[in-house]
Design a protein around this ligand. Structure first.
Ligand code: FE2
Ligand code: FE2
Length: 276
């Protein structure tokens, strides 16, 4: 995986405390997972946070756009599906909450940080979409994205318990982190420093999600780590062979190059198995 480098705080991306995960001021919409209160102590270290949503949203709103209309139009579906997939973390959270699965305190700490990040990614992608495509109102986009109907039935066995869920999220986040990091050159061409700085920060968040999932696997499911390679192989095969995406947040990489998924799967197996 290419390591995304942290963005420097020079164009509206100001740093916030990694331990401060209060609901973002001015973004009052409740989201699944926001109500979780992490336990005071945890066997797994959870990394989170790093950019200020208010300053980023404002900077995106005001940023000049340098790309031609034709170039932007060619990327419209990519931005739309990014906003959709980030929002779909909401559907996954609701599915997990309704599943009746018993969650460890470490998982809930992971989920609390993960949900806040994904919610902020969605809000920022929504703002970016409205900035790049003024014909598409932000509220109209939200109405489309948030009314999608997820279908978890094809991946229910992949979400059978906390161990499976963490391994699935680790795989998915590793794919997403690599994808966003590879997109930095495109964001540099958009025309304002906030764009590449922000997508680097998002890629870093996705790396944190993967690392955090691995930390909980090691802290709470060490006795099952031998199952990880075969499980990742099954995720990889499913992700590469399915035709379409069902708003499940997970396994939306069917259009990726086979080598991309292969590299992520191999690296993740080594990463989870590596001594720490
Ligand atoms: Fe995300
Ligand atoms: Fe993520």
């Amino acid at each position: 995986m290419k390591n995304p480098t942290p963005g420097s705080p020079k164009s509206g991306i100001t740093q916030v405390s990694h331990t401060h995960l209060a609901h973002p001021r001015g973004l009052a919409t409740p989201y699944c997972g926001a109500e979780i209160v992490p336990a005071a102590s945890s066997k797994a270290r959870i990394r989170s946070g790093g950019w200020n949503p208010e300053s980023v949203l404002d900077a995106i709103h005001r940023a000049p756009i340098a790309l031609s209309a034709a170039e932007l139009e060619a990327r419209r579906d990519t931005f739309l599906s990014a906003a959709q997939t980030e929002f779909d973390a909401e559907f996954l959270c609701r599915y997990l909450e309704a599943s009746g699965t018993a969650w460890t305190p470490e998982f809930l700490a992971f989920e609390h940080a993960w949900r806040r990040d994904e919610y902020l990614h969605y809000i920022a992608f929504r703002r970016l979409f409205a900035r790049l495509y003024p014909d598409a109102g932000e509220e109209a986009l939200a109405a489309i994205v948030e009314s999608a109907t997820p279908d978890f039935s094809p991946i229910a066995t992949f979400l059978a318990d906390e161990f499976h869920v963490l391994t699935a999220i680790a795989f998915d986040e590793a794919c997403t982190a690599k994808s966003y990091a590879e997109d930095v050159p495109f964001y540099e061409r958009l025309g304002a420093p906030v764009f590449p700085e922000w997508i680097r920060a998002v890629a870093r968040d996705e790396v944190h999600h993967c690392i955090n999932a691995i930390a909980v696997l090691r802290a709470c499911h060490a006795h099952r780590l031998g199952e990880v390679p075969a499980l990742i192989d099954s995720f990889h095969v499913h992700d590469a062979s399915q035709h379409g995406y069902r708003n499940t947040f997970l396994f939306d990489h069917w259009a990726y190059a086979p080598e991309f998924l292969q590299r992520v799967a191999q690296r993740l197996k080594v990463q989870i198995g590596a001594p720490h």
